[in-house]
Design a protein around this ligand. Structure first.
Ligand SMILES: C=CC1=C(C)c2cc3[nH]c(cc4nc(cc5[nH]c(cc1n2)c(C)c5CCC(=O)O)C(CCC(=O)O)=C4C)c(C)c3C=C
Ligand SMILES: [Fe+2]
Length: 382
């Protein structure tokens, strides 16, 4: 067996497979205290699949499905073929840092007679001003987040897992996204979104002492080591945004576009100084700048791990690009993460004018799977 990737890493080439370049051979262990696909930096590609349980699906059928998903996702993360529904889409590639992450929506619990185990944190997200949510592309009993550094590897895994669910759960909606490919920049750098901004700089870091407290749930017992995932499909009004001069775009975000440095000075990683004033006495980071409104300091310490991907789905009937951000944020509790921050943003963020939230979801992300265990075991055997 070759080396698994570390918490952040991309692994080295697998011995015995010299034809594979390191990008394809890199792998992320499926097993561990937390599911893969949370702490790793975004891979080049994401497939999101929400499923609803089939009418009459039983807890036993879901247990069998989760066992199949566990076995097959574990195999595919090692670059091995699926043991059923193998379609050979990714036959020539290595695992390419494939991760599969499974979440449960609030409706999962009601349908399986598990309402007593539904955590209060899964209560529906509030409506925010300016939301334009399409419920048919939102929510779902189950969510699969499939990420890889190769589009074929990601689609292969998605398709296999989707087919393994047949009879127990069917597709509700599916979306694809992308991020920068590893190796595209000379040094690893924070990625950019479709507005051209460096995005992801001020995220909690796994090395921070309070990282786990911000990102991972501690209870109920069956969820300990899991997380809560907020998903928002956020369309960008790019035709409007691109008409703005760069300095105006920068004041709306509060950071320089060229290198992501805060307008209060320094480099990309310099902490933002929200109190800094320009010589004329005005705030260096404007009062409605996105980074000011979203900062933990402005929201009672609320924090989350953002792991977003861009999407581009062609042209809308009005001729505008159907493109934006698949916003994904992991947190220990949405009431101390996404909800207060989005409430603040919806009231005072300069960026809001250029965004439309079009789909939404909230999921309990299952804890990681120990060797020999299976996804959701503690919940389904309770
Ligand atoms: C409710 C949470 C957030 C939503 C929704 C959101 C949407 C969104 N953000 C950008 C672009 C950037 N966001 C940046 C920072 C940032 N954003 C949030 C939260 C939400 N963003 C937080 C908590 C932060 C960090 C604030 C801080 O403490 O400094 C940045 C700056 C770079 C960075 O730190 O990542 C950019 C750029 C877009 C385009 C967008 C919706 C499409
Ligand atoms: Fe943001």
């Amino acid at each position: 067996a070759g080396a698994a990737a570390g918490a952040f890493g991309r692994a080295v080439a697998v011995p015995g497979q010299p034809h594979q370049v390191s990008l394809g051979a890199a792998r992320v262990d499926f097993h561990g205290p937390h599911q893969a696909g949370i702490v790793q930096p975004p891979q080049a590609r994401i497939e999101l699949l929400a499923l609803d349980l089939a009418p009459g699906a039983t807890r036993q059928a879901v247990q069998e499905l989760f066992k199949r998903w566990t076995r097959t996702a574990g195999d595919m993360a090692l670059g091995e073929p699926a043991d059923s529904h193998e379609n050979q889409i990714a036959l020539d590639a290595g695992p390419s840092s494939l991760t599969v992450t499974v979440g449960l929506g609030a409706t999962f619990f009601d349908k399986l007679g598990l309402a007593a185990h539904r955590p209060p944190q899964l209560a529906p997200l509030p409506d925010f001003p300016q939301d334009a949510i399409d419920r048919s592309r939102s929510d779902g009993d189950l969510l699969l987040q499939v990420c890889a550094d190769d589009a074929l590897v990601a689609y292969h895994a998605l398709r296999v897992l989707q087919q393994l669910a047949a009879g127990t759960a069917g597709t509700r909606w599916q979306m694809s996204g992308f991020s920068r490919s590893p190796g595209a920049t000379a040094q690893p750098r924070t990625g950019r979104n479709l507005m051209g901004q460096v995005d992801g700089t001020n995220n909690p870091k796994p090395t921070d002492p309070d990282f786990a407290a911000k990102v991972f749930a501690t209870g109920p017992d069956w969820l300990a080591g899991g997380s809560y995932l907020v998903f928002r499909r956020i369309r960008m009004l790019l035709d409007n945004w691109e008409q703005l001069p760069t300095d105006r775009q920068e004041r709306i975000v509060g950071r320089r576009k060229s290198d992501g440095a805060p307008l209060s000075g320094g480099t990309e990683t310099t902490p933002v100084d929200l109190g800094k004033q320009d010589p004329d006495g005005s705030l260096a980071v404007p009062a409605d700048a996105h980074v000011r409104i979203a900062a933990p300091a402005s929201n009672g310490g609320a924090a989350m791990l953002r792991r977003g991907f861009s999407y581009s789905d062609g042209v809308r009937p009005d001729g505008a690009p159907d493109a934006g951000l698949l916003f994904l944020a992991f947190q220990a509790d949405p009431a101390h993460g996404f909800v207060p921050v989005q409430r603040s943003l919806s009231r005072g963020d300069g960026l809001t004018t250029f965004l439309r939230h079009e789909a939404s979801g909230l999921y309990a992300v299952l804890p990681g799977v120990p060797d020999g265990g299976y996804l959701g075991q503690a919940l389904l055997e309770s």
